[in-house]
Design a protein around this ligand. Structure first.
Ligand SMILES: CC(=O)N[C@H]1[C@@H](OP(=O)(O)OP(=O)(O)OC[C@H]2O[C@@H](n3ccc(=O)[nH]c3=O)[C@H](O)[C@@H]2O)O[C@H](CO)[C@H](O)[C@@H]1O
Ligand SMILES: [Mn+2]
Length: 579
């Protein structure tokens, strides 16, 4: 028996219930070798146990408990599971909304879980509640097999290192280990995601049944017994599959979910909306969910007592950065946003195709250099889209669309088209969208410093104006109406963006508002720009771009505070180009 080893694999999946109210339910499936006994200690208020009804092979024991219902999204059934007697073959701990709760056993006065079941063979055998487990978890599971023997002291110290990560910690103190579990619970990534997964696996050699049955449960909680041989084992820590998300890693999710939605066309629209809502919550890189790991980098230290800019506002009252030259470090940001794909939408309809060449050529020089970019060129004249040399990782996608007689309609219907294509493909293809006018050119760096869940750009004509003089729509009949005593900034229609789900929301809302206005027989004074301003008033952007990002040298004199002109208007003859 001494050579006999058992493998324990624990799966912890933290999820969030739909209503968030019962986010704490855990289930354990365990298979034990022969007469193994599993003790669960320190499980808080809801101990429970159920004996495996037989000595049969692989009979699963399911343990379920409820934890703190206020602890949304976290696994709240903490505790160490102790195995006495024969080796524990496999244990699976799953927290998943909707799992049935197992009643406390008749002997349930004790907060211990005893179970007994006989298994033959040494191979890893798992009984898992797999329904609803994402494939990534299943894949990870298969990789978790090779276990390692660990020392006794190590075995007692399996504890969470950080949220979402478990490992063998230092010190053999049991209380410390238990505390580690609590810490793990506290620091568990709270979830905006639908599911998160975490895996711990270890090998345990059989060891004699311990004689600690009269210890207080709180003390027992830190142990994990194998069988006779006393070799305590353990090992490994595996990793956290944060299901969800994006960013570097997170961007996978929207794509996966969108693919799913496409399989049922009839439910497409509604589902697309629902998904986008879900996605947005967990979306993003840096700004929304996941803090990317940055490798060693050398850069000038920020000086708290020496603000980088004192001549301009660098933070809105809702704590969104206002992006000016001197306020960011591109090298640092480039690392944080590596693996990000940026989609740029630009419309070149009718005569506006003439602007495309300069637009694209300067974009290749200044826009998101070093990052993956897809230019989505919406046009009614695909044949007139110029071929230009592109850097690696960048491509032009021509989207053939219709046109409208009035230039205002072309401008306004951009919202509808961006909304539709977001649902149909952008969600799958890119992480962020940047939506730009075409009658412009890049003249300096425009990089990932602009990226945020939702961003708008200060219109160059109004950056210093007070709100009364903003050219918002002032007629209450319009859905773009903004009263004179409201307003943060006047945003330009020609430069906005964000994560795909947020841009989808924005463009959908603006399109619907414009359609409603049309029914009322009213057209907002500055068309889509008026509706954009209305939307951004009630959905505060998470970054605001300074007028460096949109300037018109012919119309405006450049003030000293404008150190760079990054994206500037190309002179055009309005009457000539629009007719
Ligand atoms: C820099 C800036 O903030 N511009 C905004 C401003 O006017 P602009 O005077 O800059 O509008 P514009 O003539 O550039 O039209 C907006 C955009 O619609 C597209 N287009 C327009 C007409 C056409 O025949 N073919 C075509 O492709 C093209 O991408 C163009 O850039 O106000 C407009 C609404 O009134 C829009 O909100 C613009 O985004
Ligand atoms: Mn324009």
């Amino acid at each position: 028996m001494g050579a006999e080893k058992a493998l324990c694999v624990w799966w912890v999946v933290a999820g969030r219930n739909g209503d968030g109210s019962q986010g704490s339910r855990a289930s354990l499936l365990a298979q034990t070798g022969r007469e193994s006994t599993c003790h669960a200690g320190d499980r808080g208020s809801v101990p429970g146990q159920e004996r495996s009804p037989g000595e049969g092979n692989g009979y699963p024991l399911q343990y379920s408990c409820l934890g703190n219902s206020t602890d949304r999204g976290a696994w709240t059934c903490p505790g160490w599971w102790r195995v006495e007697g024969r080796p524990l073959r496999a244990a699976v701990l799953i927290r998943q909304p909707g799992l049935p709760q197992v009643e406390a056993p008749p002997t349930g006065a004790s907060p211990e879980l005893s179970l007994s079941s006989t298994l033959s063979g040494h191979q890893r055998r798992e009984q898992m509640v797999t329904e609803g487990l994402p494939s990534a978890v299943k894949t990870a599971r298969s990789k978790a097999l090779p276990g390692q023997s660990l020392s006794k002291s190590q075995c007692g110290k399996l504890e969470p290192r950080t949220s979402g990560e478990w490992g063998v910690g230092g010190g053999g103190d049991r209380a410390g280990s238990r505390e580690g579990v609590r810490e793990g619970r506290r620091s568990w990534p709270r979830g905006k995601e639908a599911l998160k997964a975490q895996t711990v696996s270890w090998m345990a050699e059989p060891s004699p049944a311990p004689t600690r049955s009269n210890e207080p449960a709180s003390t027992k909680a830190t142990y994990f017994w194998g069988n006779r041989t006393k070799s305590w084992l353990c090992l490994i820590l595996l990793f956290a599959v944060l299901l969800g998300f994006y960013s570097n890693v997170f961007s996978l999710i929207p794509r996966r979910q969108t693919e799913k939605s496409q399989s049922s066309p009839e439910a497409h629209h509604v589902q697309g909306q629902r998904e986008s809502l879900t996605l947005s919550e967990g979306d993003g890189h840096l700004d929304t969910c996941r803090i990317p790991e940055v490798p060693r980098l050398l850069y000038p230290k920020a000086q708290l007592l020496k603000p980088s800019r004192v001549d301009v506002l660098v933070m809105t009252p809702w704590f969104a950065p206002v992006v000016w030259d001197g306020t960011f470090d591109s090298a640092l940001l480039d690392v944080q946003f590596r693996n990000t794909t940026i989609g740029l939408t630009v419309f070149a309809i009718k005569k506006y195709v003439v602007f495309l060449r300069l637009f694209l050529e300067t974009a290749e020089k200044y826009f998101m250099v070093g990052h993956k970019v897809i230019y989505y060129v919406f046009t009614d004249r695909p044949a007139d889209v110029p071929q230009i040399a592109l850097q690696d990782g960048r491509q032009v996608v021509v989207l053939h669309v219709g046109n409208y007689r009035r230039w205002q309609d072309i401008s306004m219907h951009r919202m509808e088209m961006i909304s539709n294509f977001s649902r149909q493909r952008f969600l799958r293809e890119v992480d962020y969208l940047v939506c730009l006018d075409v009658d412009m050119k890049f003249s300096d760096h425009v990089g990932v410093e602009i990226l945020a869940p939702l961003f708008g750009t200060l219109h160059p004509g109004f950056y210093a104006a007070d709100r009364q003089s903003f050219t918002y729509e002032r007629r209450p009949l319009s859905r773009a109406y903004i009263p004179r005593d409201e307003g943060d900034f006047y945003y330009a229609g020609g430069f906005f963006g964000g994560s795909v789900p947020e841009v989808y929301r924005l463009t959908t809302a603006c399109h619907q508002a414009m359609t409603a206005d049309q029914v009322q027989g009213i057209e907002a004074v500055w068309h889509d720009e008026s509706h954009l301003n209305r939307y951004l008033l009630s959905h505060k952007p998470s970054k605001v771009l300074s007028p460096e990002y949109l300037w018109d040298e012919r119309m405006l004199q450049r003030p000293p505070l404008l150190r760079k002109l990054r994206y500037v208007a190309v002179p055009k003859n309005h009457t000539e180009i629009r007719n």
